[in-house]
Design a protein. Sequence first.
Length: 273
Amino acid sequence: MPSLTKPSTVRALLERYGLAADRRLGQNFLVDAGLLDVIVRTADVRPQQPVWEVGPGLGTLTRALAEAGARVHAIEKDTRLEPVLRETLAGLPVELAFADALAYDWSQVPPGSLFVSNLPYNVATPLLSELLRQGRFHRLVVLLQREVAERLAAAPGTPAYGLLSLRAAHHARVRKVRDFPPEAFYPRPKVTSTLVELVHTGAPDDPGLFRLVEAAFAQRRKTLRKNLEQAGWPRARVLAALEAAGLEPMVRAERLGIEDFRRLHAALGAPAS
C-alpha cells in the first residue's frame, strides 16, 4: 500500500473511488508522516492493546496504530469511505463500525481503554464532553482544532474558559502536546490543529454539579448570582451559598475554578424549580 501521508496518494485514492473530502463532516486527512509519528508515539500503544478511533477517514492513523501493535476499533460516519477503508486496512487488526460517534454505545468499551483520534472538527466538543462524562477511557490522545484545545486547557478568567474547560478539569489532566499546521492536511483547513492528551483521573460524572455550571454560564455578562437566580435558586440561598463557599456576591462564573464550583454546589443544593 503506498504511503497515505503523501498528498498525491490521497488525491489519487479519492479520485479512483470518485470521492472528495466532505467539509460538512469536518474531513481533513493528515498527510505529514512526521506528525503522524508524533500521534503514534504520544499514544504509546502496547502490543495487542485495544484502541478506539473516531473518524478514520482513509485509514492513515488507523493503519499506523495497527502497525504499532494496536487492535483498533474504528468508527466512521461516512459510509462512502467503506470500500477505501477495506482496501487501506486489509490484513490489519482493525474492526470497522459505520456509525455516528455521537450515538454510539460507549458503555460497551472496557474501563481503562485508550482513545486515539484525529477528530472531525464538527463532533470534537460534544464527543469529548460525552467521553469524559462516561469515563471509559483512561487516556485520550486527540487532534483537534486549536480553538477547542485552548478551551480544554483554559484557566479561569481567560477568554477561552467555559463549560468544556470545567468538564475537562473535573475529569482529567490536560496536556497540549504540539500544534499541527494547516499544510499537514489535505484538503488544507483554514485553522491550526493541536494534539492534546487527556488523562482521566477517575472522577465520576456529577450531573448536579454540571447543572449548576451550565446555569452559571447561561449568560456570561451577568453575575453568577443573577444567572443562578434565573435558573430557579432563591436569592437568599444563593447569597448564603456564595458566602459559605468564600465567593464574592458579584463574581462572574468565568472567575471560578472547578474546586470553587464544587464548594458552591455543596453549599447550594438543587434549585427550587
